[in-house]
Design a protein around this ligand. Sequence first.
Ligand code: MLC
Ligand code: AMP
Length: 486
Amino acid sequence: MSALLPTLRAPDDRVALRYDDRTLSHRELAGACAAHLARLADHGVQPGDRVGVWTHPGLETAVALAAHAAGGLVSVPLNPKLGPRELGHILSDAAPRRVVAADPANLADATPGAIAIRVEPGPGALPDPADPSSPALVLYTSGTTGPPKGAVITRRNIAFDLDALAAAWEQTPEDTVVHALPLFHVHGLVLGLFGALRAGGALRWLGRFDPAEAAAALAAGGPTLLFGVPTMYHRLADAAEADPTIARDLAAARLLISGSAGLPVREHRRVEAVAGRGVLERYGLTETLINCSVRASTGPRPGTVGPPLDGVELRLVNDAREAVHSTDGTLAEIAVRGPHVFDGYLNRPDATAAVSDADGWFYTGDLATRDADGAIRIVGRRATDLIKTGGFKVGAGEVEAALLEDPGVAEVAVVGLPDDDLGERIVAFVVARAGAAPSADALADRVASELTPHKRPREVRFVDALPRNAMGKVVKPRLVAAERER
Ligand code: MLC
Ligand code: AMP
């Protein structure tokens, strides 16, 4: 059976991981992974078991996630900033056998009995590679309503998608991927960590995003690839316009790659103007990993996410889910099929059935057009109740439910409004209860503490009434349209 991370089985002494000034070679990483797996086995963890992983920035987190991928376990990454409501949901839904953390003492209340991850060589070898059809990850992702759903991602999904991306980006073992993304989502974890290792190269994980640091890491020697969300490229362009050193460092990258949300053409142009090189865009979802990418061989194509990856079937469909063949600018939903499409949502056959069909097509909810040369242009989303802010997906319903718990809130509608930095910023339109005067900051803090902070409204607007249709349903597009006219 082929291994998901082959270099861990034939390791050498080149750098595999770097965090701050700590590095691990492929050989040291393989040893640390084997030791971690042996320690978990002592705690009764068997291949196929789900293990929660607190994803605090640090080498420990990366080692545990690589070890689980190589050792046949199923990682359930946990964002260290999860609110109690979300954490409770994930722990009861995924029911991990154990939880691991770099510093479990600090998490004794949240996940009692968590096992410490140690980065140290130990006896033992990696077990034989797990079946490619076995789950490797359960990644929680927000929907329009209700709590986040756990997308079950298999080893085959990951291996297929990473190989297609490596071909698209002409990745080699010489490459160092640089990123400052969290390791609890596809972008930082699958592409960033697993992608760098599967290609036989290195990951330099920055843990938190700072434009000058990210740029400096690109110029630190050897071919480098930067993975970032559009907000990061926006902030890099700002920083590089103000500081020629940052512009020079940015220009040192072999490839600048953006995804998780649309990169406006304006930002493409700014990066190109200041760094003398453009950004390649790729498009994906938690449930399908990456579907499309602009190829390294063609160079940047601002405004498009490129054609489907090799081996990915993509079609545009109308409301009846019938294929639309035109390239005349007709707006349609993207459906994809292939070995990269997930196994379904954990414990949610209903939700899985709603996004897929019997022929294996997955319906993304993203609206797009196709250029004559096959490149896809993403132009919108079916659901106004899904917001992409800073590259994070947030369901409006989750935020509304948290706000409605405030005694001062009578009604609320949460929408994403266009934002130069975040792509969309979360805005809550609130009707206060008669006689109550809730403060905008207190409402934002409520969401930030009950849910993850990135789900907090960046703006709260108090209104007398929400726009409703004849059925009494709130008409969110009217709130968004009113903003465009402001
Ligand atoms: C702010 N903070 C608060 C708070 N307000 N904490 C408590 N209460 C409040 N009211 C804290 C935050 O926790 C954080 O802490 C700090 O203040 C700043 O938070 P922020 O303002 O939310 O951060 P921001 O600068 O806006 O972050 C921008 C960003 C981030 C780009 C760095 O959005 C990001 O990391 N995005 C990556 C998203 C991603 O990986 N998406 C991949 C999805 S996969 P502290 O301690 O952190 O400073 C996918 C598939 C695909 O989509 O195609 O890739
Ligand atoms: P997530 O559930 O967090 O994985 O988010 C997936 C969603 O991110 C997709 O359905 C798209 O709406 C959006 N997305 C990802 N990459 C891009 C991109 N390059 N351009 C536009 N939208 C994107």
